[in-house]
Design a protein. Structure first.
Length: 306
């Protein structure tokens, strides 16, 4: 009889533990019901969490932009955030933006904030790239020259050097602050991007012009280009319009592509590994993306071999 009671106790313990596990799992599976007010509270502590995760300031700005877009445009004080809201956001992104990379950047930032709010089950999938081997458009050499000449004619030397440095060294727009008055005294500039430091060669003619320019600057001016990202972005659009150049293709990152395409076009595929080092890529395959041309470029190359 005692043996039977012992078994009953064991079964009761198993049942109790099973019930506890099921309760915990149910709690984990449940998606929190959050309104705009709740999401705004999460947003207040979000930057600190991103900083503690050691994200670069530029990356934090991107993540915050996505989180704010989600809250401002797709949440409500009266209703809880739902999957339908996220589906609508994705549809709007597809209508508003042409570049898959831009759409996926927003989706990544929105999903990260959702996970931070314990709303990971509401995440949306990224848009699949078609892996097109051509670019829809690119900046051509004559357009590049017209743009920096126009910026110089307008005496906007900050924008002028931003265009020249990005177009002739391939650095990212957020790496321009590395080009300080002290740094350009050498024939290379040490660029720090997300903790990775690389030496970027500074072409002789450009370096000499920058050094001549910096001599006339006030002593308290440390950077060659004293502009924020938005000022560069807007300035490029203005100059492009004045030069009758398609504004859609004139973005800061387009000058990095311009440099990559020109480098391989003039030096050849054998120098691809060298280009990869200059651009700061860990993979040559990543660098290949920066050497793609337009369909018109490929057609011209094919016609030249006839």
């Amino acid at each position: 009889m005692a043996k039977k009671n012992k078994n009953l106790n064991k079964n009761s313990k198993r049942a109790f533990l099973q019930a506890q596990l099921e309760a915990i799992q149910k709690e984990l599976d449940e998606v929190p019901e959050l309104t705009k007010e709740d999401l705004l509270e999460y947003l207040e502590s979000y930057p600190k969490s991103l900083h503690e995760s050691e994200f670069a300031d530029s990356t934090i700005k991107v993540y915050m932009r996505g989180a704010k877009k989600l809250i401002n445009e797709y949440s409500s004080f009266d209703d809880f955030m739902s999957k339908d809201d996220l589906i609508q956001l994705k549809q709007d992104l597809l209508e508003e933006y042409e570049a898959v990379s831009t759409i996926n950047s927003y989706i990544t930032s929105v999903n990260r904030f959702l996970f931070y709010c314990d709303l990971g089950d509401l995440k949306i999938s990224k848009v699949k790239s078609q892996n097109d081997n051509t670019l829809p458009h690119r900046i051509y050499e004559h357009e590049y020259k017209r743009m920096w000449m126009k910026a110089k004619a307008l005496e906007n030397m900050n924008l002028y050097f931003a265009i020249r440095i990005m177009g002739e060294t391939g650095v990212r727009v957020n790496e321009l602050p590395s080009f300080t008055v002290a740094a350009v005294k050498n024939n290379f500039v040490s660029v720090d991007n997300k903790g990775k430091v690389r030496r970027v060669p500074l072409p002789g003619p450009l370096g000499r012009e920058i050094r001549t320019f910096t001599k006339a600057l006030d002593k308290d001016v440390d950077k060659v280009v004293n502009l924020e990202y938005r000022q560069i972005y807007d300035g490029l659009k203005v100059v492009a319009g004045m030069c009758k150049i398609n504004k859609k293709k004139v973005k800061p990152h387009a000058f990095r592509h311009y440099f990559g395409f020109n480098f391989v076009n003039k030096k050849g595929e054998l120098k691809l590994a060298q280009l990869s080092d200059i651009l700061g890529h860990s993979s040559v395959e990543t660098t290949r993306v920066y050497t793609r041309g337009t369909l018109e470029d490929y057609l011209k190359s094919m016609e030249d071999i006839r």
